[in-house]
Design a protein around this ligand. Structure first.
Ligand SMILES: *Cc1c(COP(=O)(O)O)cnc(C)c1O
Length: 353
């Protein structure tokens, strides 16, 4: 039988959050809730849904491979040039493209642990090495990450806010990190939860983009815009980086519906405001209930909460039987997405049981 190269065989497959339909099929139950994949519980932007409906009759045509309208609108919003934007089939794809554009077998990429598992998968898939630096107090330890950079390091991945812990790195420490880093290293700052952050001192990655550094800032329509099912995200980097990445990108990587929906969502300030409000309200409720129960959690800047627990699989399985899907994160922690008020209540009731 044909065998993949060793570096591919060694990859541990990504385990997605359990879909509601799968749980209900397995247990023969109904009315379950999913708080496992950091999706927007308020639903997609209604303007995005309208935009999709209005272009459905054109689906015989290939999408605009250059994403002209979406890139222009993003460029205007971000005060950058359209040629400093790259669109991806989810920001996930852009992580892969960045690794494939700038790394070759044997190169190293520095990342935190635990952080988003896709970084190490992207790097391992091309036979390069993922150098994982433990978090410190649940946050990226940027000085340890700086120290892990060697002559063989091509890329550093920083999730800010971090998934699964929901923590952020602040301005000073990020600036210090950037100042101390050789400028031959590409810094990928994954800001999938950017729109949820309320801390004023949140690191300013765009400042480093404007200064001309080799930095790729990733954002997505999957989280606050509620379009995870469509797969669309974007990267911001200087034109030279975008040009190289476009050589690796598949010609029609983002679909017509995804581009149209993203354009609609960008006009939907009301949906973003509502989503942020629901998240803040849910966060307060959950903090309060978890405090009352004496349960430990990590304060979050995103739409999920990380909880250190004794036995994550036991808790996960028990909640599943109550129709509540959360995400185990290793043996001693779980991650819970902040849901609608009634969903948060169900989670708390299940956990009390
Ligand atoms: C959810 C998430 C993404 C978004 O992935 P998409 O491919 O855009 O859906 C990226 N990075 C992190 C850390 C995430 O949690």
């Amino acid at each position: 039988m044909i065998r993949p190269p060793e570096h591919v065989a060694a990859i541990r497959p990504y385990l997605p959050g359990k879909p509601i339909e799968e749980l209900e099929r397995e247990l023969g139950i109904s009315g379950s809730i999913k708080l496992a994949s950091n999706e927007n519980p308020t639903g997609p932007s209604p303007k995005a849904v309208d935009a999709i409906k209005s272009i459905a009759d054109n689906l015989n045509r290939y999408p605009d491979g250059n994403g002209y309208y979406l890139k222009n609108k993003l460029a205007e919003r971000l005060s950058v040039s359209p040629d400093e934007i790259i669109l991806g089939n989810g920001s996930n794809e852009l992580l892969d493209i960045a690794a494939r554009t700038y790394m070759e077998p044997g190169d190293e990429a520095v990342m935190a642990h635990p952080s988003f598992v896709v970084y190490s998968m992207a790097v391992q898939s091309i036979g390069a090495k993922a150098v994982q630096v433990p978090l410190k107090d649940y946050r990226h330890d940027l000085s340890a990450m700086r120290n892990a950079v060697t002559g063989g390091t091509k890329v550093v991945f920083i999730a800010n806010p971090n998934n699964p812990t929901g923590t952020i790195n602040k301005k000073d420490e990020f600036d210090h990190f950037m100042e101390g880093l050789p400028d031959s290293v590409l810094v990928v700052v994954d800001e999938a939860y950017f729109e949820y952050v309320s801390e004023k001192d949140y690191a300013d990655s765009m400042k480093w983009f404007r200064s001309g550094r080799d930095i790729l800032i990733l954002r997505t329509f999957s989280k606050i815009y509620g379009l995870a099912g469509l797969r669309i995200g974007y990267g911001i980097a200087k034109a030279g980086i975008v040009t190289e990445m476009n050589k690796i990108r598949a010609p029609f990587n983002t679909g017509t519906m995804a581009q149209a929906a993203a354009l609609g969502a960008l006009d939907d300030d009301e949906h973003v405001r509502k989503s942020r409000g629901t998240n803040e309200e849910g966060k307060k409720y959950l903090y309060n209930e978890l405090n009352n129960l004496g349960l430990e959690y990590v304060p979050t800047e995103a739409n999920f909460i990380y909880m250190p627990v004794k036995d994550s699989m036991a808790l996960y399985e028990k909640l599943l039987r109550d129709g509540v899907i959360i995400r185990p994160m290793g043996p001693n922690a779980v991650r819970v997405t902040i849901g609608l008020p009634e969903e948060n209540k169900r989670f708390i009731e299940a956990i009390k049981k």
